[in-house]
Design a protein around this ligand. Sequence first.
Ligand code: PEP
Ligand code: MG
Length: 892
Amino acid sequence: RKFVYDFSEGNKDLKDLLGGKGANLAEMTNLGLPVPPGFTITTEACKAYLESGEAPAALRDEVSGHLAALEERMAKKLGQADDPLLVSVRSGAKFSMPGMMDTVLNIGLSDESVHGLAAQSGDERFAWDSYRRLIQMFGDTVLGIDGERFSETLDEVKSARAAVTDVDLTADDLKELVQKFKAIVSEETGRDFPQDPREQMDLAVRAVFDSWNGSRARLYRRQERIPHDLGTAVNICSMVFGNLGPDSGTGVAFTRDPASGQQGVYGDYLQNAQGEDVVAGIRNTVPLADLEQLDKASYDQLMQIMETLENHYRDLCDIEFTIERGKLWMLQTRVGKRTAAAAFRIATQLVDQGLIDEAEALQRVNGTQLAQLMFPRFDSNGGLKGADQIGWGIAASPGAAVGKAVFDSYTAIKWSRSGEKVILIRRETNPDDLDGMLAAEGILTSRGGKTSHAAVVARGMGKTCVCGAEELEVDTKRRCLKSQDGRIVEEGDVVSIDGSTGKVYAGEVPVVPSPVVEYFEGRTHAGADEADELVQAVHRIMAYADRVRRLRVRANADNAEDAARARRFGAQGIGLCRTEHMFLGERRELVERLILADTEEERERALGALLPLQQGDFVELFESMDGLPVTVRLLDPPLHEFLPDITELSVRVALAESRKDANENDLRLLQAVHRLHEQNPMLGLRGVRLGLVIPGLFTMQIRAIAEAAAARKAGGGDPRAEIMIPLVGTVQELELVREEAEQVITEVEQRHNVELGLTLGTMIELPRAALTADQLAECADFFSFGTNDLTQTVWAFSRDDVEASFFTAYLEKGIFGVSPFETIDKDGVGALVRSAAEAGRATRPDLKLGVCGEHGGDPESVHFFHEVGLDYVSCSPFRIPVARLEAGRAAA
Ligand code: PEP
Ligand code: MG
């Protein structure tokens, strides 16, 4: 095995072996771009080190060989006293990973060679500054000394000299600082700062290896499902200096605007500085375009290189570069991150430039980005410009929300009931805040990260959320919010929060609807050019996706309005109509009567009242989905959901009894409530069980479906109803319902003299159903996977409780990267879906297969459903475009 590769030996496809940074440095070297010479130690070497605790024996020799070659090429030796070769040591895994050691610069400097560097550069100040940077970075990242110790000492020296920035420090000041830094190292580690350059290098390499197993790096990998055994590469690169005077500098550049996708010159430049100065924000950068005035030759060369890179990578690249005394050097490139809007625009621009084809364009965007583009946002042309930003936190759940500040859930609920829009502001939220969060337009917290309670729950609810806005002080006692500059938002003052950028504003910022939603809705909008271009790009990419996808996309919709919207968004039918939603409001009382019925006659009457209402609903639904399949699910939820709350009713009856005016109906109701009360209602009398124990209930629903279909047919329509039975666990249940259904349907068909073509299928949402899918298929025309209940029952996770109770802790521990209710758990729940699909099709090859749990609109899950061979996914109307796009990406 070879453990070390010269930059000229690798290429961009060797990311597994050389890491992202190393592979791209190699690629640039081979493109003939000016990359400072160097070499990469492979991830294999790291893995061997991590396994045995020792660097492999061959590594030392290989590094020596490559170092010798580098020294020969540079005509100086590492740390050579009179003219030192200096190198940087940088980590670089296959995926860029927070929590890993980053960079140590200026390796090779020592008490002796610092004089050589001073003489060679003719700049004593520069040499001592470089040495103090080495000790600082090395002390912090390699020796594990708290970085504060160095920065505090630097500040002390600066204030003693009345220096505003570190550029104001003289060579003598820096010499003094080096002595102080060395003293810190001796004090903290019990030994002197290493003077042997090779030892410096070896220790830095080892520190990079060790940082792979740092706790933050491990947590990140657990959450992102990055395997722990990939290891990191280490890049050793000869130093070039951007801090050698005004004809030197350092900068970052993008080949296109990563915010909008626009072509042009984007980036920042800092004269007379090293990379970490840019990151630290010590001095202000200038726009990259200004480099043209400062150093035209380097600027022109950089523009040329950017074009080369973009044509070569066929994508937006971001770049780090340094200019040393008028000579341009490329330090890093990679395919750059971008906003959702930029992703869509760049993908189509590259198609137009002939750099990529349509299939590739589909892979350059994703459903999460599309979903981001579908949230309303603050008007960037109008209000946002003058908006009064008071703080900034983590963009936890996207969207734009405006409302009056409230500081507890009780007020949130009270005010929202009286029609106010409110933003719930808390230091952090907990399960007691759920109702307040539901009532609020958006949630703002000053503590907690992307996996905090507020963030997780808000994302689940689809509420805008900014969390961890640490510079804002939430004072729940005084009921106000204080900004760092002392401004105060009192309860009732309007605030605006942007869940896509994390920004917090005082006052009302105007919100505009998403141009992408306007487009899906078929409305034209009078937008700026940028929005037009975005809509064009989305339109084209959706067309590619629709052309290639195999999965069909249906909607979960229970009323004609949702169905119509779903159709505009591209739905190819309804995959789940939850009929319980048709029994709310005034109709709840009819269900109540059905439940309370003591006699056959009373029951018949209650059912008779429900039938025409239910039938009317179906007629509307079939009409809005004319010609497309509509899966109607028979009643599912536990009956107590249709009855008054047990506590409220008990109190009411008790009060009435004490006044001696209890009414008969309330007493009967209370009895029924007690009779139907269950400890675990989600595991109790619901779904098909209801249909089998409440005579006439399912028959009424089936009759309503059949009559509605017959009515549509008579009116010249093309209804395609499918009847679906929920919560089936065994084929006997299905057989009983089917028998009953066939009788009713035949009767309706004969009476109207039509063929209705109704099919009958089952949900697969219990483990037992999945495990006996071969038997169920004997009795079902289709399966629809109810992955909400299936997740609940496979994990024994109460879907109504766990996300607010312990999921935050589970996410923080990295047990999941994302809730299994959001993205399908492929190994557990998914395995059951896969085997049930196979077993069902083995019994019945034409069995239609779909999914109607929330996962049907989740990007990653859609890929899984494509892969296991389902025919369609069904999701809420708003997520249909996302599902279409991801189905296309899965097939392309
Ligand atoms: C499911 O369980 O996945 C499902 C779609 O049904 P519901 O969410 O209504 O229980
Ligand atoms: Mg269900």
